[in-house]
Design a protein around this ligand. Structure first.
Ligand code: FMN
Length: 170
């Protein structure tokens, strides 16, 4: 398996919990689950696959700790790496900015020479009206999770996503 790190930004613990569950589903060691506030350039350079996640805060913004994390990403060489994105949000109270942070992370990695995996996720079954995390076909650029309104769907969404990206991590 490719050396993989799961990086999360979380203010109240939801994205942190999801990162751990995603790591388990992917078979990634829990020591490779890292709070973005502790992300270093070395962690990026020594891993072949990066699973990057953020809660969405404000009105469609990155979780606060990601503002410094983004600078680490901007200064890193992502050529040849595999990147997957995930996020969590609230599709009812913030229905038109649902999981926007996934889209913001995508903007940071899209021209960095890495390969995006775990994208093209259908929005079927979600409750939002709009999101910056959608691609040109209207599919999510990564795994969007809603622990506020649809927690009962999280395990199956993680399992399906993990199954989709697992071959790309081999
Ligand atoms: C003030 C505030 C602003 C929020 N803004 C958004 C938003 O724009 N889009 C969204 O999808 N969720 C939004 N949320 C919901 C959070 O993303 C959601 O509660 C998430 O699970 C928090 O994750 P965390 O505990 O990892 O920080 C907001 C929540 C609060 C309290």
């Amino acid at each position: 398996m490719k050396k993989t790190i799961v990086v999360y930004g979380s203010s109240t613990g939801t994205c942190e919990d999801l990162a751990a569950r995603i790591a388990t589903a992917l078979g990634v060691d829990k020591n490779a689950v890292v709070n973005v506030s502790e992300l270093t350039p070395e962690m990026i350079s020594e891993n072949e696959a990066l699973v990057l996640g953020s809660a969405t805060w404000g009105c469609g913004e990155l979780q606060d700790d990601w503002y410094d994390g983004v600078k680490v990403i901007q200064n890193a060489d992502l050529n040849g790496k595999v990147v997957a994105l995930f996020g969590c949000g609230d599709s009812e109270s913030y229905g038109d900015t649902f999981c926007d942070a996934i889209g913001l992370l995508y903007q940071e990695i899209q021209k960095k020479g890495c390969t995006l995996v775990g994208n093209g996720i259908s929005t079927d079954g979600y409750l939002h009206t709009d999101s910056a995390a959608l691609d040109a076909d209207g599919n999510f650029l990564g795994l969007a999770l809603d622990e506020v309104n649809q927690p009962e769907l999280t395990d199956s969404r993680i399992a399906a996503w993990a199954e989709q990206i697992a071959p790309t991590l081999q």
